[in-house]
Design a protein around this ligand. Structure first.
Ligand SMILES: Cc1cc2nc3c(=O)[nH]c(=O)nc-3n(C[C@H](O)[C@H](O)[C@H](O)COP(=O)(O)O)c2cc1C
Length: 253
C-alpha cells in the first residue's frame, strides 16, 4: 500500500516536472522567436534609442512617432504637418512640386489623403504615373518626414462624395474655376465668378463644380524621419509592403 502511494506520488511528480520543463522550453522558444524577429526586422538592440524633448525613442517608437505627427498634422490646423509638398513626375520627366493640405492620415493602412482639382497638372501627372513623394517639415518640431507612395485617384466614389460634403464653401472655390488651374489669362484672375470674392457660394452653387473635385490617396511604401538637434541630427528610414512595416534602420542623417 505504502509502496503504491509512493509510486503514485513519484509518477505525479514526474508528470508535473515534465510539464513545467515543457512549458519553460516553450516560453523560452517563444521569447527567442520574438527577439529574433525583432532583431531581424528592425536591426535593433534594446539600447538603441534617441532622445527627443527629454523622451527616449527606440527605432520602433520613432516609426510610431512619425505617424502620430502626420495624424496630428491632418487634424490640427496650426500644426506644421498640416501642409505638405507633393512631388509628381511631369510629362517632361521633370520633378513637379506644389503644396497641398494634409487632409487625412490613416496610420493603420499607411495612407495619406489630400484633395485636388482633377483638371490640375498633378492629377494629370498621377494618371500617367502614380508614383508620388510627400515632403513635410515642421520648423517648430525640427522634424522632416519624406514619404514615397503610390497614388490612388478617387473621382467618383463614396470617398470623394464624403470628402466633398465635408469641404467648406471657401475651400470649394478652388474647384469652381471656369478654366482648369494654370490656364493662361490676359489679366489677373480669380478663375471663378467675381462675386464670390465677397460672398460665399451656396451648396447648390458649388455642387455644380463637384465634378472637378478629386481625392488622392497616397499608399505609403517608404518613410524617412529626420530630427534636427544641436547635439546632432538623427535619422531613420522605414519600408512598408501592403501596409505592413517590413524593414527599418537608423541612417546617417
Ligand atoms: C498653403 C497651400 C495649400 C494648398 N492646398 C492645396 C490642396 O489641398 N490641394 C490642391 O490641389 N492645391 C493646393 N494648393 C495649391 C497648389 O500648391 C497648386 O498651386 C495647385 O494645386 C496647382 O498645382 P499643379 O498645377 O501643379 O497641379 C495649396 C497651396 C498652398 C500655398
Amino acid at each position: 500500500m505504502l509502496r503504491q502511494l509512493k509510486f503514485n506520488f513519484l509518477a505525479v511528480l514526474f508528470w508535473v516536472l515534465s510539464y513545467c520543463i515543457f512549458a519553460c522550453v516553450c516560453i523560452r522558444m517563444l521569447q527567442l522567436h520574438f527577439n529574433f524577429l525583432h532583431h531581424v526586422f528592425m536591426n535593433n538592440s534594446q539600447h538603441d534609442h534617441i532622445t527627443i524633448n527629454d523622451t527616449s525613442y527606440t527605432l520602433l517608437d520613432v516609426e510610431s512617432l512619425a505617424w502620430k505627427k502626420l495624424v496630428n498634422g491632418s487634424v490640427k490646423k496650426k500644426n506644421g504637418f498640416r501642409t505638405m509638398c507633393v512631388g509628381t513626375i511631369s510629362e517632361k520627366k521633370t520633378a513637379a512640386l506644389r503644396i497641398v493640405v494634409n487632409r487625412k492620415v490613416d496610420e493603420i493602412q499607411k495612407i495619406i489623403y489630400f484633395n485636388t482639382d482633377n483638371r490640375s497638372r498633378k492629377f494629370y501627372d498621377l494618371q500617367k504615373d502614380n508614383q508620388i513623394s510627400l515632403l513635410f517639415y515642421d520648423a517648430r518640431q525640427r522634424v522632416q518626414i519624406v514619404v514615397k507612395a503610390y497614388a490612388t485617384l478617387h473621382t467618383n466614389d463614396v470617398l470623394k462624395l464624403d470628402r466633398w460634403k465635408a469641404t467648406s464653401p471657401q475651400a470649394r472655390l478652388g474647384y469652381m474655376t471656369l478654366e482648369p488651374p494654370n490656364t493662361k489669362s490676359e489679366k489677373p484672375t480669380l478663375g471663378y465668378e467675381e462675386r464670390f470674392s465677397t460672398i460665399k457660394p451656396t451648396d447648390s452653387e458649388s455642387d455644380v463644380f463637384q465634378e472637378n473635385f478629386a481625392v488622392v490617396a497616397c499608399v505609403v511604401y517608404e518613410l524617412e524621419f529626420l530630427y534636427l538637434d544641436f547635439t546632432g541630427n538623427r535619422k531613420a528610414n522605414f519600408y512598408y509592403e501592403n501596409n505592413v512595416l517590413k524593414d527599418g534602420f537608423w541612417t546617417v542623417p
